[in-house]
Write a new protein. Sequence first.
Length: 183
Amino acid sequence: MPALQAIADVEELVSVLTRADAGDDGEGLPMLAHHLQAAAHLAASAPDDAELQVAGLVHDIGSIVDPHQPLTHARTGADLVRPLLGSRVAELVVQHDQAKRYLVAVDPAYLGRLSEQSIATLEVQGGALDDAQARAFAQRPDFAACVMLRRADDAAKVPGRAVPTLESWRTVLDRCARAVRRG
């Protein structure tokens, strides 16, 4: 299979996300709705962290572009958005699955809050982190943001929830992309 091309600009990113309006990854709502809910959740809980909000908006983009690779969707998504949205957004995207594995390891009640689909993918992703892996994950420089993204991902599975539209995120996406271009 040929390598996937990185997303070149905000217009292409919006187009890819729009395709997700028809897709469902087993959570009972269109993937676009899931992405928009995650971003809205992060906008409310971290209003001053636009990169974290954008990571919420694109966290499962690897599943949109390459839906048959659930094990690698986080890495694929990070690779797709890194040139456009920057290293921090990409790193948050790539770590959102590890954050689930971390939370399962350290919070006994967390597993019970996961959806059936999320439990199924947890098994494919390797299950709970062991103690050493959990300690190492907790030392990550952006640990708190990784966990916030994971919790937003978990909360973003409510059919019919009203959230801002994809178009309302265009200004934030443009600003993030401009910051990456400026270096």
